[in-house]
Design a protein around this ligand. Structure first.
Ligand SMILES: C[S@@+](CC[C@H](N)C(=O)[O-])C[C@H]1O[C@@H](n2cnc3c(N)ncnc32)[C@H](O)[C@@H]1O
Length: 278
């Protein structure tokens, strides 16, 4: 009996040390995101089992379930198992006012954003997560040669850009009014503007319109509306639209992309595959 107890204790001690090692490797942000991985995996397994699913091929049709929904759930569960990936994604209809978030919170026809705006603490927490993610894991601004591209434009505006002092012009940060109101610190050289999608874009003929991590929150049809509003303000001769989003490979997504894709299901958005974008 004592041997069995000691072996059990030694095993638990080893597991604990392994956890400590894993945490040290992952670091604080990635360790936090591990909860998303586990949550996505558990919920996807549960949903798939409730559907009666144990393999992916042609199940969407056989089960009468939406193919994209099935593939999203399967994607999370094929990486650590128990399922194996054998096919790629299709499409599913989605609604910004009828999705897991609006169902869970009974939002009464409001989108997740409209509903969340009623609770400033939730908006604040959400914004904080966006900032932390950006600082820790998403240096996307550095991926595009803003200075080089902007220097190609002749500009009557004499304001030097704080971020690229050799270039003149304005940088305008747009977001929902509750988010703009929530910013309590100065952004030197960056103007803030309250702007909601689905209204005409007030900044006309800008050299660059930059939209980052917004389209993944919305279904395709809504993305088209958002993009049309931007397009209507662009100058075809000089304006460029820059979209910063992750994309999933058509097959073989990694676990981070898979749980992001699951998370985006919450408001009816999704992480799109390379072929979705092209
Ligand atoms: C996933 S966050 C990305 C935030 C930021 N662009 C980034 O990359 O960190 C999506 C943003 O879309 C904003 N948003 C949601 N609905 C909006 C609307 N109708 N008009 C403008 N912005 C909206 C949210 O407030 C939120 O800040």
């Amino acid at each position: 009996m004592q041997e069995i107890r000691e072996a059990g204790e030694a095993r638990m001690a080893l597991v604990l040390e392994a956890w400590k090692l894993l945490r040290a490797i992952r670091g604080p942000v990635d360790t936090l995101f591990e909860h998303f991985e586990r949550m996505s995996h558990t919920s996807a397994c549960r949903a798939l089992l409730e559907m009666g699913v144990m393999a992916a091929s042609e199940l969407a049709e056989a089960l009468g379930v939406d193919e994209l929904l099935l593939v999203r759930l399967m994607r999370v569960t094929t990486i650590p198992g128990p399922f194996s990936e054998v096919c790629a994604a299709g499409k599913n209809p989605e609604s910004e006012t009828n999705n897991p978030y609006t169902f869970a919170h009974r939002t009464g026809g409001k989108t997740m954003w409209e509903y969340m705006a009623q609770f400033p603490e939730r908006t604040k927490a959400f914004d904080y997560v966006m900032q932390s993610q950006t600082q820790a894991a998403m240096p996307t601004v550095g991926l595009f040669p803003f200075a080089g591209e902007l220097s190609k434009f002749k500009n009557d505006d004499e304001t030097p850009l704080e971020l690229c002092p050799d270039i003149k012009g304005r940088i305008i940060l747009q977001c929902r009014s509750d988010v703009i109101d929530d910013i309590s610190w100065e952004f030197p050289g960056i103007e803030r503007m309250k702007y909601g999608f689905f209204t005409p874009q007030p900044i006309k003929a800008a050299p660059i319109y930059y939209i980052r991590r917004c389209l993944h929150d919305w279904p395709d049809e809504v993305c088209v509306r958002i993009l049309k509003d931007i397009a209507a303000s662009m100058d075809p001769a000089k304006s460029r639209l820059l979209i910063a989003e992750m994309y999933l490979p058509d097959q073989g997504a990694n676990i981070e992309a898979a749980w992001f894709n699951m998370t985006m299901m919450t408001p009816s958005g999704r992480e799109r595959t390379k072929s979705d974008w092209t």
